[in-house]
Write a protein that binds this ligand. Sequence first.
Ligand SMILES: Cc1cc2nc3c(=O)[nH]c(=O)nc-3n(C[C@H](O)[C@H](O)[C@H](O)COP(=O)(O)OP(=O)(O)OC[C@H]3O[C@@H](n4cnc5c(N)ncnc54)[C@H](O)[C@@H]3O)c2cc1C
Length: 232
Amino acid sequence: MPVATAYERLRAELTGAVKRDELMARHTTFRIGGPSALFVECANLADLARAIEVCEGEGLEWTVLGKGSNVLASDEGYDGAVIVLGRDFKRHSVVDGHVRSGSGVTLAVLVQEAFNIGLTGFEFAVGIPGTLGGALAMNAGFKHWACTDDLMKMTRDGRALYMHCLPADVTGVSCEAGEVSAPVFERCRLDTYRQAGHKPFVIAAMILATRFREPAEALRLCLDAARPRRLA
Ligand SMILES: Cc1cc2nc3c(=O)[nH]c(=O)nc-3n(C[C@H](O)[C@H](O)[C@H](O)COP(=O)(O)OP(=O)(O)OC[C@H]3O[C@@H](n4cnc5c(N)ncnc54)[C@H](O)[C@@H]3O)c2cc1C
């Protein structure tokens, strides 16, 4: 039983917590996901190296999880080990006017730290609900695909609408090689900006859904209270 053996070995050797059958719904932004066979919190680099060594030695699949904001975990669960980065990876410091950060630090904290020491350019990330490691894993090196006129022609009647969370990386406009070509973005500019206006409501709905066990009941209580709204 590779899971049972890996569990015993990691529990004995790691500083961080090691659990079995941990529900992923507890660790994903959308509060979804069944149990992962092993859940391993690595407090430091030595823990991480050991966790990977043991998993691979036991033939157990493993993956790293950040804040879980870009993960749709299956209700059926995961047979392998989910590794999360603990204590040491959540530290950051300021060295010679630079921010030095562990990959488990959240983007909101990093933006605030950059702001505190007068560094600009990273403000766009303040509302992204993930970690530095997650952001790098999701974004770094993704330059092999861009939405161009040729690709748009392949959509139904060639008239699909290109939509993207703003700000979009527009090739030749906001960067050298982005995710969408200028003509495609331009054609959909008004619709994109119109849709972007809905983003605060989507985020508010997500906050409601994640902070309250019974979101519908929370809304009903607000309605029942019938407090008059004071709009300035
Ligand atoms: C409301 C909302 C708005 C968003 N807006 C944006 C946006 O504007 N721009 C944007 O880029 N993204 C956006 N995202 C997507 C997501 O939040 C980011 O990609 C985020 O940076 C992912 O970080 P995470 O820690 O949550 O990673 P997770 O969701 O936990 O993991 C994502 C992937 O990264 C890997 N990973 C995580 N941590 C590490 C690590 N330390 N080392 C190696 N691999 C790792 C995981 O294995 C997984 O494959 C948004 C998400 C939501 C819910």
